[in-house]
Design a protein around this ligand. Structure first.
Ligand SMILES: [Zn+2]
Ligand SMILES: [Zn+2]
Length: 267
């Protein structure tokens, strides 16, 4: 048995096969279009199941029990408007950034994958940093009326969330969030696979946050001790405006007295 085969047998959760698969698409990874197509493709793929649920929810009453704001269903026109905004943001802002990033930073594809614990730690650290950065940005854009009116109001067009509202934002918010997401793996010198996994998890969590559904398997039910707010936490922010500024975790809102649940008010 050669060395690599024995290593794989000893470590069944090794990320090397995944990384080898990713590296086999090297020409795509090195393309100036990769970042924008990855961002759009992953986002739309994660939205799609919720779009199907939204279309079914008006006909299948069983689904209503999982809706956070029961019987508040988005219309096709609302969905089309959000898709239009997402495509516009990707073409006008994210595509030029994707090309600029490609010119500025050559893609580095080391032959070895990160260890699984290292990748998980990197993803958790990036998520915690992103959560803190967006909490500060978000609080500021609610406390300063000019910032709210000019930059953040577009994201609050809908008081009942549905998946496609996730990226219903203006230029400054889209670019700020893109910057926070991109800078953390670079600051922490994450492996490119850890970076890709963080981007994927980050997009999933932001879509789930806006899904408008609370399922038994939703992330906030899987993370213990109420450390993670998730969809009910963020939906309440869209409904009440004055609470729950952190996108994912609950510690910053609890520390600063801006945490609220459906049965409480921020203190
Ligand atoms: Zn807000
Ligand atoms: Zn939101």
């Amino acid at each position: 048995m050669n060395r690599s085969a024995s290593t794989l047998q000893e470590a069944p959760l090794c990320l090397q096969p995944v990384w080898d698969l990713v590296r086999s698409q090297e020409s795509w990874l090195r393309s100036p279009f990769f970042a924008v197509l990855f961002s759009l493709g992953v986002y739309m793929s994660f939205c799609l199941p919720f779009v199907v649920l939204d279309l079914l929810a008006t006909r299948v009453s069983f689904l209503q029990r999982y809706k956070i704001q029961t019987h508040n269903n988005p219309s096709l026109k609302m969905m089309a408007s959000c898709v239009g905004q997402t495509l516009y943001n990707h073409m006008v802002y994210i595509f030029p950034l994707s090309v600029a990033g490609w010119l500025w930073r050559p893609v580095h594809l080391p032959p070895t994958a990160p260890e699984l614990p290292e990748a998980l730690l990197g993803i958790a650290a990036c998520l915690l940093l992103f959560d803190f950065q967006y909490f500060v940005w978000h609080l500021l854009h609610h406390k300063v009326p000019w910032l709210y009116r000019t930059f953040h109001k577009a994201h609050h067009k809908y008081t009942a969330t549905f998946a496609l509202t996730t990226e219903h934002s203006g230029a400054w918010e889209t670019l700020s969030l893109g910057f926070f997401a991109a800078v953390n793996p670079a600051l922490l010198r994450c492996h490119p696979l850890t970076t890709l996994l963080f981007f994927t998890v980050n997009i999933w969590l932001s879509v789930e946050d806006h899904s408008g559904y609370d399922f038994p398997w939703s992330t906030h039910r899987l993370v213990p001790l109420g450390l993670y707010g998730g969809a009910p936490h963020h939906d309440l922010h869209h409904m009440k405006f004055k609470a729950n500024y952190a996108p994912y975790f609950t510690h910053w809102d609890k520390l600063l007295g801006t945490y609220a649940t459906a049965h409480s008010k921020p203190h």
